[in-house]
Design a protein around this ligand. Structure first.
Ligand SMILES: [Zn+2]
Length: 402
């Protein structure tokens, strides 16, 4: 699922049960530094010993207690103290430790494993807003308490909740159901799902609630189509040999291209403000569309601008993880087809494989020769890829079918 969406796989996916030894070591460090105490086979973190407890959620211990369900446990030194190790219970999995058989507390695995693989003071820790307290607050207390160093994490990224058609979707199971349903919905043009979902997600700032709806998905698809079309149009001119090093820096459009990049970077550096970053991209897109309409036959100077705009636009959308398959006919994309269509292609070209360009050329030839049967067959091959052929004054173009 994640690969289809263009999400990179993690380098390491550590399992808590394979790190019990390290967790025990972290707890031992905390006891040694007098940040934790043992009571009857349980080990508790002493929140009063960690001066900065509450710094992430910006709450005092008293405020935290009033909002949380606190089990009144007389054995704890302070009601907000939390378990690092729990004594084994009948029928539950347990591991040996210096304090007897038991299992680690809920928070210790994250501190231990992230310190092991990322080191103390790593850059970014993500998570849902619901995890700020107590989970992430406790992760900080454990890691900084055990090492005496700070910070545990440089930046915390807490994302808002996902609402689907107005309903809150909190369980990861629900999100998986959503992706499956979308894959079914996009089965004729699955490559678009990556872009459309990504567009929908980053149109909202990551820490705001995210609203998923079919209406929003349609809007995202339209936005992607705009970018894809502009990229195609910018590349439609033969600019491969155009030298953009000798470009007129004072041209308004070149200034706009440079500004787009600056605005984009400023937005991303401002706590990943992706809606702002997208706004800078769309500003360039609409300006280039106007210019493209006004210059159907660009001169050398304009070609330089188109090339520079293309390169900048491509660079920025790729930073955001979009992938626009060039539909421009000169792009040599192998056509993926069924066995039946393979036979058709082989009959048409004498070859097992064909590029889109070859097929389009064949169709042009068929059209001129009024060979409608061949034309229809080629149209069918593209249709199975979710593409339609559009005849324009500049020759045939492929367009996505929606
Ligand atoms: Zn965690």
């Amino acid at each position: 699922d994640m690969t289809a969406l263009g999400v990179e796989e993690p380098t390491i996916e550590p399992k808590a049960t394979e790190h019990i030894k390290e967790m025990v070591e972290t707890i031992e460090q905390l006891i040694e530094r007098d940040m934790a105490y043992v009571v009857d086979g349980d080990v508790y973190f002493s929140v009063e010993k960690f001066q900065e407890y509450g710094k992430l959620s910006k709450r005092t211990i008293e405020e935290m207690l009033s909002g949380a369900r606190v089990d009144i446990d007389k054995r704890k030194k302070h009601p907000a103290d939390f378990a690092l190790w729990k004594k084994a219970k009948e029928g539950e999995p347990s591991w040996p430790s210096p304090w007897g058989d038991g299992r680690p507390g809920w928070h210790i695995e994250c501190s231990t494993m992230s310190m092991k693989y990322l080191g103390m003071g790593f850059d970014i820790h993500g998570g849902g807003q619901d995890l700020i307290f107590p989970h992430h607050e406790n992760e900080i207390a454990q890691a900084e308490g055990a090492t005496g160093q700070k910070p545990f994490v440089k930046y915390w990224l807490h994302n808002g909740f996902l609402n689907v058609e107005e309903e809150k979707m909190a369980k990861s199971v629900g999100n998986v159901i959503l992706i499956n349903a979308l894959e079914e919905q996009y089965k004729d043009h699955i490559a678009d799902l990556r872009n459309d979902l990504r567009m929908l997600f980053i149109s909202t700032h990551y820490h705001s609630p995210l609203n998923f709806s079919q209406k929003k998905l349609k809007e995202a698809a339209a936005a992607n189509e705009r970018i894809g079309n502009t990229l195609d149009k910018l590349r439609a001119f033969d600019t491969d040999d155009v030298d953009t090093t000798k470009i007129d820096e004072n041209s308004n459009l070149i200034k706009l291209i440079t500004k787009t990049k600056v605005d984009f970077e400023d937005a991303m550096e401002d706590d990943f403000n992706t809606p702002e970053a997208l706004a800078s991209i769309f500003n360039l897109v609409s300006n280039m569309n106007t210019t493209l309409d006004e210059s159907p036959e660009p001169d050398e100077e304009e070609k330089k601008i188109f090339k520079a705009a293309y390169m900048t636009l491509k660079e920025l959308v790729e930073i955001l993880g979009f992938s626009y398959k060039g539909l421009k006919i000169s792009v040599i994309d192998e056509v993926t087809v069924s066995d039946e269509q393979q036979t058709v292609i082989e009959k048409l070209t004498g070859n097992k494989t064909a590029t889109r360009k070859e097929l389009l050329d064949l169709r042009e030839k068929a059209r001129k020769e009024k060979d409608f049967e061949t034309g229809d067959k080629i149209r069918g091959i593209f249709a199975s890829e979710g593409l339609i052929i559009e005849d324009t004054p500049h020759g045939p173009k492929l367009k996505k079918k929606h």
